[in-house]
Design a protein around this ligand. Structure first.
Ligand SMILES: Nc1ncnc2c1ncn2[C@@H]1O[C@H](COP(=O)(O)OP(=O)(O)O)[C@@H](O)[C@H]1O
Ligand SMILES: [Mg+2]
Length: 474
């Protein structure tokens, strides 16, 4: 937005321009507009536009004066803050909007139009960030691509991602979070995607939404928001999304029996993806089943944008999503404690079963926000763990105790040895238990909802068994 003067920024944000410094004062290096948009006054540097958002404990507007003093180009604040800022005018532009968050969204929408980039919106119950990371990797070599950093997927993170895209950006790959009805519609109104990807629909945020049908409806807000002629990428096997199909939108399905399918996975890691018209050979840097599913969704989106992927595909996944840490004594830890829900727990257990060379150990904690059916969902995960031949299960937290019951219920397919189950109250307790029960050669999956902070288990384990160094002599 370097080229936008205060009047233009205000108009784009739908805000009133309460004060604008003389053009000569605001123009830095000949350009009148802000360098960046920030919402944390402590991060303000010269030339930034500070947006004072209302938080639950603090009102960002209270820090607007400090932002201006720190050299901000200007601020967007609620009307209540304007008079104080006007008492000592001259430092920077003062833009006023009754709802600075809405102004942030409007500004991002205007910047998206100015960029003229094409936009992919990605939502789904599980795998959004991973699919976003894969798609960005597929597009990056061909198009100037900006993707949501880490997990910035909310009505704050998404506009900030768009606003951080430099002029000349050709592709915006945006993750869209869903914590309740209306949120995806709101994000889509800002981003106006040309391609909408729904990775999957699963029992996540059931507490807020009540039923899986409501989850599907909330995800489908992305399909509803697409302009005519746009492309929707959806899982082939998802009847819950059927009601939202549109005849004026190109619907591309992925997964078994879909338009974009996994035709082959060779032993050397090469993956062949089939579409109705072509076969695409890729060498991804990952092999987990769920990430291959995400790869199909990402490939479908890339093809819709005219990019035909080929060859090597190196993806650096965001932290705590299935990172593998090799420790002394051939112990391998799968650190997947970024988050958990029934869908991703199953995927992670599949991955454990598919890749563990030795004994399978799972340290699984509570899955939060599942509503009244939560204990049954935990119990099912325990049964699933037993069916995947997990030999040692350490549960963490009050809900996860039901996983232990499920694992011991013995209804799973013929498991010759019964699962050894222990319950820990918290991550520190789980870590202590694990250290006493761990054997050389074990593969340990560590996973729970974010709120459980299960990375303590991985950290403790890593500290106790220093990573195996190349050439180590034991
Ligand atoms: N397609 C998928 N199906 C099921 N589970 C998945 C899928 N993709 C990823 N996961 C699991 O979910 C975890 C979180 O993935 P992430 O991409 O961060 O999802 P989100 O952004 O939707 O929260 C991963 O570490 C993995 O265990
Ligand atoms: Mg995410």
């Amino acid at each position: 937005m370097r080229g936008w003067d205060a009047g233009r920024v205000a108009a784009a944000a739908d805000a009133a321009l309460a004060f604008s410094p003389a053009a000569s004062e605001s123009a830095r290096e000949g350009l009148p507009g802000p360098l960046r948009v920030v919402i944390d006054s402590r991060e303000v540097a010269a030339g930034d536009l500070f947006v004072g958002l209302g938080g639950s404990r603090v009102d960002g507007g209270d820090y607007a004066a400090a932002a201006l003093a720190a050299g901000a180009w200007g601020v967007i604040v609620k009307p209540v803050h304007a008079p104080t800022l006007m008492q000592a005018p001259g430092l920077g532009a003062v833009l006023v909007h009754p709802n600075p968050l809405a102004a942030l969204g409007r500004l991002a929408g205007a910047w998206r139009t100015e960029l003229g980039a094409r936009v992919v919106g990605i939502t789904g119950s599980t795998g959004k960030t991973s699919t976003k990371d894969i798609l960005a990797a597929l597009l990056r070599d061909r198009l100037r691509t900006v993707a949501s950093p880490a997990n910035l997927n909310t009505e704050i993170g998404l506009p900030l991602t768009i606003l951080a895209a430099p002029p000349g950006t050709e592709m915006l790959v945006l993750e869209m979070a869903m914590r309740g009805p209306g949120q995806i519609a709101e994000l889509a109104a800002i981003a106006r995607p040309d391609v909408g990807v729904i990775v999957n629909v699963g029992p996540v945020h059931l507490q807020q939404l009540g039923s899986i049908e409501n989850v599907a409806a909330a995800k489908a807000e992305l399909l509803v928001a697409l302009p005519s002629g746009a492309t929707a990428v959806v899982p082939a096997a998802e009847p819950l999304l059927e009601p939202y199909r549109r005849s004026d939108v190109n619907v591309v399905t992925f997964g078994p029996n879909g338009d974009v399918t996994l035709a082959d996975v060779h032993a050397d890691g090469e993956v062949v993806i089939a579409t109705p018209t072509q076969r695409i050979a890729l060498r991804p840097s990952f092999s987990q089943r769920h990430n291959l599913e995400n790869l199909l969704a990402a490939t479908a989106a890339a093809l819709a944008l005219g990019v035909v992927p080929a060859g090597e595909l190196n993806v650096t996944f965001s932290a705590l999503r299935g990172e593998r840490v090799a420790l002394a004594g051939q112990v391998l830890v799968i650190n997947d404690c970024y988050n958990a829900n029934p869908m991703s727990m199953r995927a992670a257990l599949d991955d454990l079963a598919a890749t563990a060379p030795g004994r399978r150990v799972a340290v699984l904690g509570d899955m939060l926000e599942l509503g009244h059916g939560e204990l049954a969902l935990h119990r099912e995960i325990g049964e699933y763990a037993a069916a995947q031949d997990v030999a040692l299960l350490i549960t963490v937290g009050p809900r996860a105790v039901a996983m232990g019951d499920g694992a011991l219920s013995g209804d799973g397919p013929a498991t010759d040895a019964p699962v050894e189950v222990h319950a820990a109250e918290d991550p520190a307790g789980a870590a202590r238990l694990l250290l006493t029960l761990l054997r050389d050669g074990d593969t340990v999956l560590v996973k729970a909802s974010r709120g459980m902070r299960l990375e303590v288990v991985t950290d403790t384990l890593v500290a106790a068994r220093a990573p195996a160094l190349a050439g180590e002599v034991s």
